[in-house]
Design a protein around this ligand. Structure first.
Ligand code: T46
Length: 136
């Protein structure tokens, strides 16, 4: 619960450069947790906003596999906006950070590597509840 936006981290995903096209690989200790779930957001219509919640325990790494989008992050006190637009850069979001994703470019794909399987009970979907949660 004590996490802040200072705990956000950029992950440099190793890139194998090749004239036939590049390869980026996530293995071993690239992420500080074991990946239990992979999902991706795509076909996001112009103007749509995703997220709008925090997680009690989940860690996630967001990667703009294609195109770009903005991630608005709030720790209950401070807020920051980060643009993701590189397939070899991940944004590691620890637990208890509010996030909203917006300004998706046409055809963009957001890959998410999560530290746990889907559990609705891990979500805080109301911002006032999130502020109370952070106050403890
Ligand atoms: C996050 C952002 C970046 C599942 O059944 N399993 C899943 O693994 C996920 C991610 C979602 N769902 C269901 C739950 C909802 O009925 O799919 C529906 C849409 O989920 P949600 O409104 O949470 O989607 P987003 O895009 O707002 O948020 C998702 C993740 O839920 C969230 O953890 O950080 O992407």
């Amino acid at each position: 619960m004590k996490t802040t936006i200072d705990d956000l981290k950029f992950i440099d995903i190793p890139k194998i450069i090749d004239h036939r096209g590049n390869i980026s690989v996530i293995e071993n200790d690239v992420l500080p947790y074991d990946i239990k779930r992979v999902y991706y957001l795509y076909d996001v219509p112009s103007g749509a906003v995703r997220g709008g919640h925090a997680h009690k325990n989940l860690y996630q790494c967001l990667i703009a596999l294609s195109g770009s989008f903005d991630v608005l992050l709030n720790d209950g006190v401070n807020e920051i906006r980060i643009t993701l637009n590189k397939p070899n850069k991940g944004l590691l979001i620890p637990n208890a950070i509010w996030r909203e994703l917006e300004d998706f470019s046409s055809g963009s794909v957001c890959l998410v590597l999560a530290s746990d399987v889907y559990k609705e009970e891990d979500y805080i979907r109301d911002f006032h509840d999130f502020k109370s949660y952070k106050a403890y």
